[in-house]
Each structure stands twice: as structure tokens, then as C-alpha cells.
Design a protein around this ligand. Structure first.
Ligand code: GLU
Length: 304
């Protein structure tokens, strides 16, 4: 497969189209990023890499980090985790409060904000310094100690994070948050403020294309069975109330973030990261989805 030629063909084609969508403005720091950045990086499981555009510019991975936190928590907690958070698509926006009230504070899945906060709370049982422990885990997957949080982005979100505060307080009232909500929220915001470039992100997500083996050294970080389940959750829940549409168009397990990034994998074949900050109404990158739709169409390599 000539991924290089296909990637540059799609990339150039999309650059010629007028930009659509807006950057996330509800986190003021994200609104400062040039909305027309566009980067791509693809790694095959056989070790070949392809890139286009702004693939080495770091960006805020935001909700993509929810997959990594889930990976760590699933490993530490095992199936007990599913008593506190479900695995069903929500069909609602990422920060929606409605389901939580009538489902007794149990979030639908770990890839919406409420679910990710339960995951943070679960991780805090195991990590004396959660921010440092989680960062070390992420860096260790690819052996890349240059991966960092951006505390300015975390502080920016924190100062406007009223909805997330509402979510965590509601779950605390239902008894599904063990620690102090303010502390869990601080960890959650810092986790969302993790920065990576497309190369770092696609290398990290090789974990899910490679059946749970750490891209850095091949050690089994996550069992094959748990990796299958995390890929399934990405497939059904990775794009909020656009998960069905993403599956229909692209046909790969993946996760988006409001920083404009998307990471997607084809188990056994490749992982790919795309970054373009302009989002559609559902909070997913417009160009990112267009790029991936064309990629799986032209290469005939969706999982379906
Ligand atoms: N930090 C963002 C929030 O909590 C994450 C949402 C996203 O990336 O979709 O609102």
C-alpha cells in the first residue's frame, strides 16, 4: 500500500477546499491556536511512518487522553471499573448532564466527560501523585519524555469549567466519586491539557493497533482482550453523538478531542493522528473526519 502518496493526495486536496467550522472557544487558550493548522501522521505496525503538514506542532489532545486514562484504569481496576461507568454510546454531547440524573450518577461510557472523571477518580486510588503518575505512564508507552502537560490550558479550562464542575458534583451526590470533586477536577483538566504532536499521538496509539503492546519496547501493557474492548469503546463512543456517523464514514475505532485532534487505529495495520482545530457542531474536527473518510475509502482499509 502506498500510504505516502495517498496521504499527500488527500492532504493537498483538502487544503484546496475552503475551511469549515470553528475552533473550540469555550476554552479561551484553545481559541488562540491558528485554526488553519493541519497535520497528519500515520505509523504502520511494521514500523513505517508517513506525515503531512503540521505533523510536528504540539496541540492540546483534550479528550483523546480519555482513552489513555481508561487504559491505565482498566489495567489497575479490572472489570470492577464497569460498576461505576458503562460501555454504551450516550447519544448526547460530551458535557451533557441529562442522562446522569436519571441514570443515578453512572456515566454511559468512559469517553464522555462524566465517564472520564470517574476514571480519574479511580486512578487516584492507585496514584499518590495522579498527574505525575499518568504522565509517566503516557511517556513510557513510546519512551518519549518530551510529552508534557500545558498548565496554561488546564488553568484556562478550569476558570470556565462550570459544566464539568456540575457533572462531578452530581456524581459525588450519587456516591460515584470517592475523592474531593475539586481535586478530581484538577486532575481531569490537567489530563485534558496533555500536549502531543501528530507523530507522538499516532506513535502512542500504536498500542491499540498493536494488540496492547507498548510501541516503545513491545511489552504487553494491556492484554489482547482488554485492547479489543477499548477499541470497541472507541468505535461506539469515541465521537460523542457523532459516533455512528464516524463509524459510517470512516469505519475505524478512534477518539476526537476539542483541540481538533483525532487518533484512529486499524488493529493489526496502522494508527493515524490528524489535527485540524476547526470543529463541527458536535465538537469533532471537520477536516480530521474528511481526511480519515478519504483515507479508508482510498486504501480500502476500514475494519468493516
Ligand atoms: N477538556 C474538554 C472538556 O472537558 C474535553 C472535551 C473534548 O475534548 O471533547 O470540556
Amino acid at each position: 500500500m502506498n500510504y505516502g502518496e495517498i496521504i499527500s493526495g488527500i492532504y493537498e486536496g483538502l487544503l484546496r477546499q475552503p475551511p469549515q467550522g470553528e475552533s473550540a472557544a469555550y476554552i479561551p487558550e484553545l481559541a488562540k491556536v491558528n485554526p488553519d493548522c493541519f497535520g497528519v501522521h500515520l505509523c504502520t505496525t511494521s514500523g513505517v511512518e508517513f506525515a503531512a503538514g503540521d505533523s510536528l506542532t504540539p496541540f492540546s489532545v483534550q479528550s483523546i487522553t480519555k482513552v489513555l486514562a481508561l487504559t491505565m484504569a482498566f489495567e489497575l481496576e479490572g472489570t470492577a471499573l464497569w460498576q461505576r461507568v458503562g460501555v454504551e454510546p450516550s447519544g448526547t454531547p460530551f458535557n451533557s448532564l441529562v442522562q446522569l440524573e436519571y441514570e443515578n450518577g453512572i456515566p454511559r461510557n468512559p469517553l464522555i466527560n462524566s465517564g472520564a472523571m470517574v476514571v480519574c477518580d479511580a486512578l487516584m486510588k492507585h496514584l499518590p501523585d495522579p498527574e505525575a503518575g499518568f504522565l509517566k505512564f503516557v511517556q513510557g508507552l513510546t519512551g518519549d519524555s518530551a510529552i508534557r502537560y500545558n498548565p496554561t490550558v488546564a488553568a484556562s479550562e478550569r476558570s470556565h469549567g462550570y459544566r464539568n464542575a456540575a457533572l462531578i458534583n452530581l456524581m459525588k451526590a450519587f456516591g460515584n466519586i470517592l475523592h474531593e470533586p475539586e481535586r478530581v477536577l484538577r486532575f481531569y483538566f490537567m489530563q485534558c491539557a496533555l500536549e502531543m504532536n501528530c507523530r507522538q499521538l499516532s506513535r502512542t496509539f500504536l498500542l491499540y493497533a498493536g494488540h496492547g503492546r507498548a510501541p516503545a519496547d513491545g511489552r504487553q501493557v494491556l492484554s489482547v482482550s482488554k485492547t479489543k474492548r477499548i477499541n470497541a469503546i472507541m468505535q461506539t463512543c469515541g465521537f460523542y453523538d457523532e459516533s455512528g456517523d464516524f463509524t459510517f464514514k470512516v469505519g475505524l475505532p478512534g477518539k476526537s478531542g476539542v483541540g481538533g485532534g483525532i487518533a484512529a487505529v486499524h488493529p493489526g495495520l496502522f494508527s493515524v493522528a490528524v489535527w485540524s482545530p476547526r470543529l463541527n457542531k458536535k465538537g469533532n474536527s471537520v477536516r480530521g473526519i474528511q481526511f480519515l473518510e478519504e483515507l479508508t475509502t482510498r486504501t480500502g482499509s476500514s475494519v468493516f
